[in-house]
Design a binder for this molecule. Structure first.
Ligand code: ADP
Length: 434
């Protein structure tokens, strides 16, 4: 176990940060996630890795750079040895950035203006993201043939990452192709050195298997900056043997869970609809939040909490706005998309606060935007990452100034993640002795 954090990560969105933290924990690093850049520079963090969660993916590039540099300075104050800039495994960015501008700014700060060398690698084979000859694949499709082509904010119409990255960075971009990667870490390191000698500043790296992530990870030892999706994180812990999970140790051990249990769900994705249905079919109590009742001025927060309080002692309860798409569209037609979303998010986050005030200390939140609203309302500053419930969704233990004497266990589930029995499975996992 290391005395201070060795790896400092900057994630360009919130659920991506949790995904990265989850992989770091799986690879054996004790990991803490902060929401934004912490105000207290002096507070030493007891972990192997720190993930600073930003919401910088679609900001104007100058703001994304400013926030990322602030995160860098704070991570440096923690004494980390390596910086990891984490973006989406579908390389979500516009023609201008923000992956290129943030990478340039971090390299300038770490290695001098126009100097230095780093990689680009969004590969995560376990989640069907692979890079071959510099081209990013989503399952069997090129990125540019996948659904990302139609993304409303960051449409990805070119799968050639060398070309995409070259349009965003001032540094020359090169490629470490699969014929090198398959030879292992020594060959990859040699290729890094050769590219750097040619003046390349950013190298796209092919990877199609988990074993490739491990070889690349080894070759990244002592590189000041790594830029990648969450997959490459799996190969980094081996570079700090003191942090890697030894047999029988558990990087993901959280404080013991206690208190009452609840689920708050604002996601309307297919997976969440199935999870809500499954939970109700298991006979657990559930309260449906009606967006039109909120808009009509009913005190839905008070109604939901009055319903929940007498039930909580008997087991987990669910409070949900989750609905099938026809119902959601009907609400949106009446209230407008933005207003419907905002009303539901405000209501669910106030309900979450009321539940914690009523003794809930194990809370599952479903929905990306919903999670953001709840985390803000709860005043969450830090999250310790615990065991994985399903890929991409770990339990976390949370510190909040609002409840300084309580440990709150929080699981934030992005819409399409998780099996149908996710809610019940989540609470069962927390009851198991760690
Ligand atoms: P996901 O991760 O599935 O995308 P989000 O929480 O990010 O879930 O987004 C769901 C959005 O839909 C939120 O803004 C939420 O407030 C809104 N919403 C939830 N339930 C309803 C509903 N019944 N009608 C209209 N909007 C809803």
């Amino acid at each position: 176990m290391s005395a201070r954090p060795v790896l400092g990560c900057i994630a360009d969105d919130f659920t991506g940060a949790t995904d990265l933290a989850n992989n770091l924990v799986r690879s054996g690093m004790r990991t803490v996630q902060t929401i934004g850049v912490p105000a207290d520079a002096a507070a030493a963090i007891d972990a192997d890795a720190i993930v600073v969660a930003l919401k910088s993916r679609t900001l104007p590039a100058a703001q994304a750079v400013e926030q990322s540099l602030a995160a860098l300075r704070w991570l440096q104050s923690q004494g980390v040895e390596q910086i990891y800039f984490k973006y989406c495994s579908t390389f979500d960015s516009t023609a201008q950035g923000n992956i290129g501008p943030v990478t340039d700014a971090l390299l300038d700060a770490l290695q001098g203006p126009g100097q230095g060398f780093t990689i680009v690698c969004p590969a995560f084979p376990e989640n069907q993201r692979t890079v071959f000859k510099g081209h990013l694949f989503v399952g069997d499709q090129l990125l540019s043939d996948s659904g990302m082509r139609e993304h409303p904010l960051t449409p990805m119409t070119d799968a050639n990452l060398v070309r995409v990255m070259q349009a965003q960075t001032h540094r020359p971009v090169g490629l470490v192709s699969y014929d090198t990667v398959r030879l292992g870490s020594a060959a990859i390191s040699e290729r890094f050195a050769a590219l750097q000698a040619q003046g390349v500043g950013v190298a796209v790296v092919d990877a199609i298997t988990h074993a490739d992530l491990m070889s690349i990870g080894k070759a990244l030892a002592r590189m000041p900056l790594v830029t990648a999706g969450s997959g490459i994180a799996l190969g980094l812990a081996q570079n700090w043997p003191g942090c890697s999970l030894g047999a029988g140790t558990k990087a993901h051990a959280l404080p013991a869970a206690s208190g009452l249990r609840a689920v708050v769900s604002g996601s309307c994705s297919q997976a969440t609809n199935a999870q809500v249905l499954h939970f109700r079919q298991q006979g657990h109590p559930a309260f449906a939040v009606d967006p039109l009742a909120i808009a009509a001025g009913d005190d839905v927060v008070a109604l939901a909490l009055a319903w929940a309080r007498p039930l909580l002692a008997q087991g987990p309860v669910l409070i949900y706005a989750t609905a099938e798409s026809a119902a959601v569209q009907a609400v949106q037609a009446q209230l407008g998309v933005a207003r419907a979303g905002a009303l539901v998010e405000q209501t669910l986050s106030r309900i979450a606060v009321g539940l914690v005030d009523s003794g809930v200390q194990q809370l599952v939140v479903a929905g990306g935007e919903t999670s953001g609203a709840v985390v803000q309302a709860l005043g969450v500053q830090r999250m310790a990452i615990g065991p994985q419930i399903d890929p991409g969704v770990p339990w976390t233990a949370v510190q909040s100034a609002q409840w300084p004497d309580q440990t709150l266990h929080l699981a934030l589930k992005s819409g399409n993640f998780g099996s149908a029995d996710f809610f019940t499975k989540a609470f069962m996992l927390l009851q198991e002795p760690s």
